[in-house]
Design a protein around this ligand. Structure first.
Ligand code: DGY
Length: 326
């Protein structure tokens, strides 16, 4: 049997690439920016496996261009909203992803944003660097107490629950909303299920942890932001398109809410002229919630496990479209 060919769309942990090289000929896209779509179209036409990132638009056009020998698309991320899963399933191509491995790292980062936004750490750091060290004063850079506050979590899967776990140490009241109630997690974490309207109304800090699906598009919109407390803070480490950014600008400019911390944006990177970039009460980070060295290494190894399974005609251990096997 000829050696299979695998295209990896970014430089990943060398340990993972070496593992793949034992079984396949591997080409790695070495540039800092993702390969343009033209490159994806060209590579997918003759590759047996492709290891992708969330920055790669694996849409129906790319999937249609895939060679008949393409056995696996393996995404190095838990989310796969950049991949047209239905198109892949129609062509019976299994799609892998990396769930679980990044849960704790992402929850840590959501908490970093919660604390930084509530206690205005980035704003304070900016002031000190700019030579603005106001003398200690009763109102200087006052923020929101996190301990004892009400934390709303939308999306109560692994990451949402890991965020709730940490909130217990801060004596927080934990509310959650998800499509399905999770009675066991409610009991374990002391969390209360509420509907969407109530979670927007009652949360002091509202943190988003849901998968992006068409139903989640602009779930955070002007009407719902208007329900929030003027002291509330919005945290997004899920996907940018869950939030209507125009509505968020409106809410922040009009003191409808107090602040936001966003690790994700739609589109990414955020356009240079976007008004959020000018706002003191917004923290922006470039989609790095899972970016610890160890987690990225483990994600790469997991993605390679999926590629190897696909090449060997075994079911992918972490498959986003298991229906391909039925
Ligand atoms: C994911 O895995 O979906 C995160 O957004 C990036 O690690």
């Amino acid at each position: 049997m000829p050696t299979p060919f695998v295209f990896i769309t970014r430089q990943i942990a060398s340990e993972a690439i070496e593992r793949l090289r034992e079984k396949a000929e591997v080409e790695v896209w070495l540039q800092e920016s993702p390969p343009p779509k033209t490159v994806l179209l060209e590579k997918i036409a003759y590759t047996d496996g492709i290891l992708t990132m969330l920055t790669d638009p694996i849409d129906s056009e790319v999937i249609q261009a895939a060679s008949s020998s393409l056995k696996v698309i393996s995404q190095m991320a838990v989310g796969f909203d950049n991949i047209d899963i239905a198109a892949a399933t129609r062509r019976r191509i299994p799609v892998g992803h990396t769930p679980g491995v990044l849960t704790e790292t992402t929850a840590d980062f959501a908490w970093a944003l919660i604390l930084a936004a509530a206690r205005r750490i980035v704003e304070a750091d900016r002031q000190v660097r700019q030579g603005i060290w106001k003398p200690w004063g009763p109102d200087v850079l006052t923020g929101l107490d996190v301990y004892g506050a009400t934390l709303g979590i939308i999306g109560f899967g692994r990451i949402g629950q890991a965020v709730a776990q940490r909130a217990k140490c801060f004596n927080m009241h934990i509310l959650y909303y998800s499509r399905q109630r999770k009675p066991e997690a409610e009991r374990a974490l002391g969390a209360t299920y509420v509907d969407l309207e109530e979670i927007f109304r009652r949360s002091d800090i509202l943190s988003l942890h849901l998968n992006y699906t068409p139903a989640a598009h602009h779930l955070v919109n002007r009407e719902r932001l208007a329900l929030m407390k003027p002291t509330a803070i919005l945290i997004n480490t899920a996907r940018g398109a869950v939030v209507d950014s125009e509505a968020l600008v409106w809410a922040l400019q009009n003191s409808v809410i107090a602040g936001a911390a966003l690790d994700v944006f739609d589109p990414e990177p955020i356009p240079h002229e976007h008004p959020l970039l000018q706002m003191e009460n917004v923290i922006l980070t470039p989609h790095i919630a899972s970016a610890s060295r160890e987690t990225r290494r483990r994600m790469a190894l997991m993605a390679v496990e999926n590629v190897l399974a696909g090449l060997e005609d075994r079911p992918l251990p972490y498959c986003a479209n298991p229906e391909v096997y039925s």
